[in-house]
Structures are given as C-alpha cells and as structure tokens.
Design a protein around this ligand. Structure first.
Ligand SMILES: C=C(O[C@H]1C=CC=C(C(=O)O)[C@@H]1O)C(=O)O
Length: 385
C-alpha cells in the first residue's frame, strides 16, 4: 500500500478531485482529501475500532486513517479506512468565498420525516418524559428526505458547503453501503496534537438575522437565556467528566461564549487539557466522548432510549462523529451535525435540538428548520421547506 501526503495543492484542487466515497475535511487549519481504500474496518464497538485502527497504523506506512462513528452502533457500525492516498492543502478560506457555486439541480420530491406537527408533538412528549424518566436533557431530531431524478451531485454540494462556511468542519465521508455523509459542522468533538487535547462543545441556539440590530439582540438573548445555559452546562459537564481521567489538567472557562455560524448563534465552551498518556489516540478519545449531550442527552443511556422511542427513523451517522487519526495518535473529530446522508438519487437531511424542561415545542421546531438552512443553501434551495 502506498499512502502519500501529496505535494501542496489548493483546497479548490482537492474539491475538484473529490468523488463520492472519498473522505474530505476542510477546517480553519487545513484541507484534507483521502481517497481509495487500502484497508477498511467496521466494528460495533467504537473503542475497539479505535484500537484496531491504532494497531493497523502502527504496522503500516499509512499516514493516517479516516472514519465515522454512527450515533448509535446498534443501528450502524463504526467505520474506518486506511486510504490509498492522502493529500492536504492550506485552508479553503478566504479564497473559497470567491468559488463559483456548484449546480445541484432541482429535487423532484421533498418529504419531512416526521411532519413538522408530529415533531412538535414529539418535543412535547420529550418534555414530559424528562420528568417521568428523570432526565436532564434529550436531543430530538427530524429529517428531510430529498429525491432527485439523477444521482445527487455530492461534489457540487460539498463545494457550496465549503464556500458558504468559512469556519467549522466541512466534511464528506464515505460510509458502508455506498452512502456518504456530507455536511458542515460548527462543533469540534475532539482534537489531539501531541499532548494537547481540545474539545469545543456547543449547545444553546438562536437564529441569525440579516438585520444587524436584531442579530445582536438574538445573540444577547441567547447568552442571557437560562434555558440555553442549562442545556449548555449539561453538555460541558459531561465532556469534562469524560476527559478528566485522560488528562493531567483541564482548562474549562467559567461560562460559554457566543459562536457565530451563517444560520445560527450557539453557546460554546472551549475546553483544553494535557493528555496524561500519549498512547491514547484522538480516535480513542472521540470514542470515549461520543455521544455527548450535545446530540444525545443526559444521562446518556436513558436519553438514547428516549430518542429511539420518539424519533421515527434511525439516525445513521447523523449525530455521530467524523474525523482522522494519524500514526502518532494525533487527529481531529467533528460532531456530525448540519449534515445529510446521501446515496444514489436521494439524500436525508437531519437537524435536532436539545430539549430541557423549559423548552417549547414550536420554538424547538423552528430551531430545527433554521439548522436545515446550512444544507438547503448549499443545495440551492429556499431556506424554508
Ligand atoms: C443536534 C444539533 O445541534 C446540537 C449542537 C449545537 C446546538 C444544539 C442545540 O442548541 O440544541 C444541539 O445540541 C443539530 O444541529 O442537529
């Protein structure tokens, strides 16, 4: 097997080479394209998968492995690949802002799953269940199924996602069964470089507005909102608890900061730590953290059960994680949100939101609609569908 970090190319060129099945990741730090399969791994146990991948990297000349974990391994396996080739380029932005938009075509059908009304009803049931089942938070999602009369133009959608999203983690990941996951997530699950570990959980959301005054008001209201602060604190607590045993020291800010994305404001907390044992890889840490209360809830097992009871679909790799790990154990894993699972002529878009006792069903429905806009815009579709 030959794995090579290619000569320095541009993000634009890597996007030009991307084809469904490849792994692509654009961040503020770099752009990565991994192609071909030298070895692939699937495993229902995320920790075991991370260890198998670490062993394989140690035995091979591969520069890195790429992969994806599903939301729940009961529904789909963790998946990782030692690619045949890896190329990296400098960050796509600022140049990407001037990219031509890729043409995506017009869908022949769009179906919400469930209907918006039923999603609002599910949120109401979730609010009641928090009390009955002794939960602090649950994250409930809905989907939009979109069909085309030709294969989904994944490369064009990915190009548009990169163009539209100057920050965060814009990705495409090949999945088992011929699927790909395409999206642009604002949320870092875990990065490890040497002994420095960073996680940046997000929870708590408000819409952006084209009117600067309203936009600033929305941001200020989010920061002042007790409901959103609670939703956020539950998530940060879980990330800190999970990372603590792996780290010599952790730096956790006193409170969250506002994080701007093109469609929404979030509350975010940047957590950093010093890794105690360099044998613990980025993938192993991501497997330990996943699923955080940003996409599942708290306590985890009860929240996952409630998600299964209330959502009328399997999440697949939505609300999972996508990323890479290298032979030294360094790597970067994003929370797989603001994304769609794609195969053939169809794609399923997902959006969810954290539910706490103070949540209101209609606001939660609206929040999912706003979160869909990242994908809808990249597909050339109107913001409300
Ligand atoms: C579950 C999603 O977002 C999570 C990440 C940030 C903010 C969230 C919220 O405020 O509810 C969600 O926890 C999603 O976009 O599908």
């Amino acid at each position: 097997m030959v794995t090579a970090i290619g000569a320095r190319v541009t993000a634009d060129e890597l996007l030009g080479q991307y084809a469904p099945g490849d792994f692509f990741l654009a961040t503020a730090r770099e752009t990565l394209l991994a192609r071909g399969v030298a070895r692939s791994f699937t495993d229902g146990d995320a920790v075991r998968l991370s260890e198998r991948v670490a062993d394989a990297l140690a035995e091979s000349s591969a520069a890195l492995a790429v992969g994806a974990l599903p939301f729940d391994t009961a529904g789909a396996p963790g998946h990782a690949v030692l690619p045949s080739t890896v190329a990296s380029a400098p960050p796509a932005h600022p140049a990407a802002a001037a990219f031509d938009r890729g043409a995506v075509g017009v869908p022949v059908a769009v179906r919400p799953v469930p209907t918006p009304e039923l999603h609002a009803e599910a949120v109401a049931k979730a609010i009641a269940a928090l009390n009955d089942r002794d939960l602090r938070k649950v994250v409930l999602a809905r989907a939009l199924d979109v069909d085309f009369d030709e294969d989904v133009r994944a490369a064009a959608i990915l190009r548009n996602l990169v163009k539209d999203n100057a920050s965060g983690y814009t990705f495409a990941a090949g999945l088992p069964g011929g699927y790909s996951l395409l999206g642009s997530s604002p949320e870092l699950l875990l990065s490890r470089r040497g002994d420095r570990v960073v996680s940046h959980p997000l929870a708590g959301t408000a819409p952006r507005s084209a009117d600067p005054v309203e936009d600033a008001e929305n941001a200020a209201a989010l920061l002042a909102s007790r409901k959103n602060q609670v939703e956020h604190a539950v998530t940060v607590e879980a990330v800190v608890e999970t990372l603590r045993p792996f780290c010599r020291g952790l730096t956790v800010p006193d409170g969250p900061r506002l994080v701007a994305t093109p469609a929404v404001w979030h509350l975010g907390t940047g957590i950093s730590g010093e890794l105690a044992d360099r044998d613990v890889t980025a993938f192993r840490l991501a497997a330990a953290l996943h699923p955080t209360p940003a996409i599942c809830g708290s306590p985890t097992a009860a929240a996952r059960e409630l998600v299964g009871d209330l959502e009328p679909f399997d999440r697949g790799y939505y609300a999972g994680t996508v990323g890479w790990v290298d032979a030294a154990g360094d790597g970067e894993w994003a929370v797989a949100i603001r994304c769609a699972q794609v195969r053939g002529r169809s794609m399923r878009l997902y959006a969810g939101g954290g539910i706490v006792p103070e949540s209101e069903p209609v606001s939660e429905l609206d929040e999912t609609s706003v979160k869909f806009r990242i994908l809808l815009r990249a597909m050339g579709l109107p913001p409300e569908l």
